[in-house]
Design a protein. Sequence first.
Length: 300
Amino acid sequence: MGSLEGKVAIVTGAGGGIGREEALLLASEGAKVVVNDIGGSLQGQGSDATPAQKVVDEIKANGGEAIANYDDISSWTGGEKIVKQAVDTYGQLNILVNNAGILRDKMSFNMEESDWDDVMRVHLKGHFSATHFASIYWREQAKAGNQLSGRIINTSSEAGLYGNAGQANYSAAKAGIAALTWVMARELERYGVTANAIAPRARTRMTESTFGDLSAKDGFDVWAPGNVAPIVAWLATDESASINGQIFVVFGGTVQLIAPFSAVGTIKKDDRWSIKELHDNKDALFGSRSSGTPPFPVAF
Ligand SMILES: NC(=O)c1ccc[n+]([C@@H]2O[C@H](COP(=O)([O-])OP(=O)(O)OC[C@H]3O[C@@H](n4cnc5c(N)ncnc54)[C@H](O)[C@@H]3O)[C@@H](O)[C@H]2O)c1
């Protein structure tokens, strides 16, 4: 018996890459899965039903249950329709994996308005659209005395945690997803719902064009996108009820727990600071820490 037997899951952007692996693992653990994917290009153009349908076919061939959804997750109606499809088809919803994404990397001085808007829309609004409608559903269920264990698993990025040059739009959206995760964790805890986020690193069409050579070497393939899926499945289980509002970097066999923003230096007085006083107390505020751009702790 799988660890997600009897559960119903939605995975957005599950037609390829990391989302596909997540959908396959959730299904093999017994969850019935709504496989969402618009089937567009990496830059977010076009649509194609084939990727989502292929993953559904794969799940069914392995003996699992799944249904395809081709809605645009970056629209409010897309989020509403996905949640409705899960509940109408399988009678309930337990797990929402927000994963869909696109890329429009450019330096800030070269970025077009549409690059900013489209990346924000697909990642940030695309994470909130289904979350909004799932939260309505879970709150209604809890108020009706039907306490489901709800699980939201969001997809942030180290670009969002640390800020990556060339990704103003993407990094800002992914940082927003981290903040959204904390908000949802606080708001939905009382209804038996947790919200956590992963910041994955894996070989997909998204990274093959930017990270250089990610080909599998002898032994453990650290870049395999399937390495990311187990932590998502683990967070989705009933046993993970006590894990809420957490962010994990996941890469190969490494899982890192990320600390939220926290104060690392404080100066305080019982009056307003003058500009000169602030300057004079800079060393007290920074201590031994550098006051330059914080390091990006990831090397590729
Ligand atoms: N691959 C990595 O190393 C890495 C690193 C950090 C974060 N991420 C994040 O992981 C997630 C998955 O990325 P991936 O690497 O598997 O890339 P991918 O391009 O293979 O997968 C993204 C999927 O989302 C779908 N999608 C895009 N817009 C959509 C929309 N509006 N509605 C529905 N589906 C849509 C695409 O069709 C695609 O199948 C993304 O959120 C990405 O930002 C990936």
